[in-house]
Ligand binder design. Structure first.
Ligand code: WTA
Length: 649
């Protein structure tokens, strides 16, 4: 049994869920009156323009509807409603790569958002329901533009700035975006890098829906300008009024799309709602992070991912908190960057990914000790399983054994945390996501809904709907049903399956064991093997390819590609890998480069032609092959590949 770490009571006062007794009472309350309890929170937390008249509508399950009849606006919830009491409070504290600083109070944020919203509405004709693609660096304008969309009811789709022109193009076309908002570029590790040229390249083909490209100046490098299409954000902003009425939004009106990788096909446009999403974003800020009025909250994610949406922008602002936004990288100018910022801004909650923790640990084991980190109360991790060594360093060295570590498990599709310690309450086991949050029925089950026995791996499912859940896949409701409600049932009814495996221990604590599908989690970024393989197959000399995840010290998982050449006349391995990585960079982006490749004569296939990926995964891990290979078309291929890969067994 692993050791339990109890919250340090001195650090937590007046917390909404102060102890396990309160946690259990709240869980019981949801058990007893599921809809009534959600209704209570929705009434208390959201500033409704018109109250909802129904809590949960299951008539078209799994297309669940929450808080029907209710009218509200997410930008109003995040900004306007706070102005009466905190207009001069810092909403966003920004620090750039070069150390440049900027603070926006709630009033200043309101003004910027309103001007931007007016620009979108009056200059570009953006109205409720139009899609706006945001391809931006980590500057306050990214948040301002998101909130401006919310203010007028436009649906934003933020595309991570590391994605390539091709990837951006696919997302623009799928969403049929009318407007693209970008920046000239930004700074990374002291040097400028560019974004606008990527947008130019993306829009070369098939993006007829795009009418305007709105360009924000960040690094002031030279850029190409398309007359009639490209407009300067700063020039137009100066002319806009500070007043903008919030568009009345139905609870279920979409707030945003965020594309994420699945096991097959193209990335899916995960669609989120307005009321349910913001409710849970705000509640998890309060419960999990114990956010308090005087706190300074820092999430190091990029706004291009769900973590940046929910825990840099929407959650902290809905909670009326101060959120820190950081343009740079944690290791520049040195491995003390984050700790210096914690000391300087007196950060209370620090939220990052295991990859960053592993890297910071490796690069500066004793670095945190040089700074005063006593303001920290909660340390969060997200995106991938954290290993016990990284956890221990985070807890002991960064947190001085006094902070709660919240290992938050969730997904783009869940909108906010679903399994996580509650900072003030939950006794923690290292590297364990612990318990489902109250209201979330997260269960480890078999396909038929029976609970998986303690200590065994099962499917990580959520067996009741929850307010911040994915509503559909943009433009593809059938894929939504099939992707999430096709695998597991409980009491004969399809339930949400996350794609992850998990294990429950004797105390009911849940440990996430990782994806069960063909999704690789590289540095906490989800990448579908199908997308990677499609990119690699564009190489003219490659006949077949299979991509699997491989263990990686820093990234968690790395990318390993098995390549079958068309003929023996193939470039040497290093050269081929370089060419493959060029293709991936062009099709997806630099986050998806292969770490290793192997040139093999064939792949292990069943007689019906199905590639046995589990065998390929076992080979790169150096694990013994436990699968039955006698059903393979050519069983001798397995030892041949093992010989070529020659791994670590
Ligand atoms: C993984 C990120 C273990 C998981 C918020 C999930 C985790 C995928 C954890 C979602 C965690 C996220 N422990 N694994 N605490 N948090 N994951 O959509 O495989 O980018 O399905 O959302 O990350 O990644 P996504």
């Amino acid at each position: 049994m692993s050791q339990l770490y109890y919250p340090n009571k001195n650090k937590f006062q007046n917390s909404p869920i102060p102890d396990m007794e309160s946690y259990r009472a709240l869980v019981a309350k949801f058990d007893k009156d599921f809809e009534g309890t959600w209704a209570e929170f929705a009434k208390e937390k959201i500033d409704w323009f018109k109250p909802f008249d129904r809590v949960l509508d299951e008539s078209e399950a799994p297309f669940y509807k929450w808080f029907s009849g209710g009218v509200m606006n997410v930008a109003h919830q995040c900004i306007d409603r706070h102005l009466a009491t905190k207009k001069n409070k810092a909403a966003i504290i920004f620090e750039g790569d070069n150390g440049d600083k900027r603070t926006l109070t709630y009033q200043e944020l309101a003004n910027e958002v309103n001007k931007t919203a007016n620009m979108f509405k009056n200059e570009f004709g953006i109205t409720k329901g139009d899609r706006v693609v945001i391809y931006m660096p980590m500057i306050p304008e990214a948040a301002i533009v998101m909130l401006a969309c919310a203010k007028i009811g436009a649906i934003h789709s933020v595309v991570f700035g590391g994605f390539s022109a091709e990837a951006l193009r696919d997302r623009v076309i799928d969403a049929q975006a009318k407007l693209v908002v970008t920046a000239d570029g930004a700074f990374r590790k002291g040097k400028p890098y560019m974004l606008k040229p990527v947008v130019d390249e993306a829009l070369k083909e098939g993006c007829d829906s795009v009418e305007k490209v709105c360009v924000i100046a960040r690094n002031n490098e030279d850029i190409n300008w398309v007359d009639g299409r490209d407009v300067s954000y700063e020039e137009l902003l100066a002319k806009q009024s500070l007043v903008c009425e919030a568009e009345p939004m139905e609870s279920e009106d979409p707030l945003f799309l965020l594309y994420t990788s699945g096991s097959t096909g193209k990335p899916k446009g995960v669609q989120h709602s307005s009321a349910g999403y913001i409710l849970w974003a705000q509640m998890t800020m309060e419960w999990v992070f114990d956010i308090k009025d005087n706190d300074t909250f820092w999430c190091t994610a990029d706004v291009g991912w769900i973590t940046g949406h929910t825990y840099i922008v929407y959650g902290p602002l809905a909670a009326g908190a101060t959120t820190v936004m950081f343009e740079g990288v944690p290791t520049y100018p040195d491995a003390g960057r984050c700790w210096r910022m914690v000391e300087e801004y007196k950060i209370n909650q620090f939220y990052t990914a295991p990859t960053a923790i592993r890297l910071l640990h490796k690069m500066g084991e004793d670095e945190p000790k040089k700074y005063d980190l006593s303001s920290l109360r909660v340390l969060g991790t997200v995106g991938e399983p954290i290993d016990p060594a990284a956890w221990k360093w985070y807890y002991e060295v960064v947190g001085n054994s006094e902070c709660s570590i919240v290992d938050t498990y969730w997904q783009t599709e869940t909108g906010g945390h679903v399994i996580s310690p509650i900072a003030a309450a939950t006794p923690i086991k290292p590297a364990c996501a612990t318990l489902p949050l109250p209201g979330i029925y997260a269960e480890v089950i078999e396909e038929d809904g029976t609970p998986t026995p303690v200590g065994e791996k099962g499917y990580m499912c959520i067996t009741k709907p929850w307010p911040s859940m994915i509503r559909t896949i943009w433009g593809d409701p059938e894929r939504f049903k099939k992707s999430y409600f096709g695998d597991c049932k409980k009491d004969g009814k399809p339930v949400y399956f996350s794609g992850d495996g998990a294990m429950v221990d004797e105390d009911g604590y849940i440990t996430i064991t990782g994806r069960t599908d063909d999704v690789i989690n590289v540095s906490g970024h989800r990448l579908g093997t199908a997308e990677l393989e499609a990119a690699i197959k564009k190489h003219p000399d490659i006949a077949a390819v299979a991509v699997v995840g491989m263990p990686h010290d820093i990234k968690g998982e790395g990318i390993f590609a098995y390549i079958v050449p068309k003929s023996e006349d193939i470039a040497p391995k290093e050269e081929l890998q370089k060419a493959i990585n060029e293709l991936i960079k062009k099709e997806i982006g630099a986050i998806a480069l292969t770490d290793e490749i192997a040139i093999v004569p064939d792949l292990p296939k069943t007689r019906s032609g199905k590639i046995m990926r589990r065998i390929l995964r076992s080979i790169v891990k150096g694990e013994p092959i436990t699968q039955d290979t006698s059903t393979l078309e050519d069983p001798s291929i397995v030892p041949t590949i093992e010989g070529i890969v020659g791994k670590r067994a």
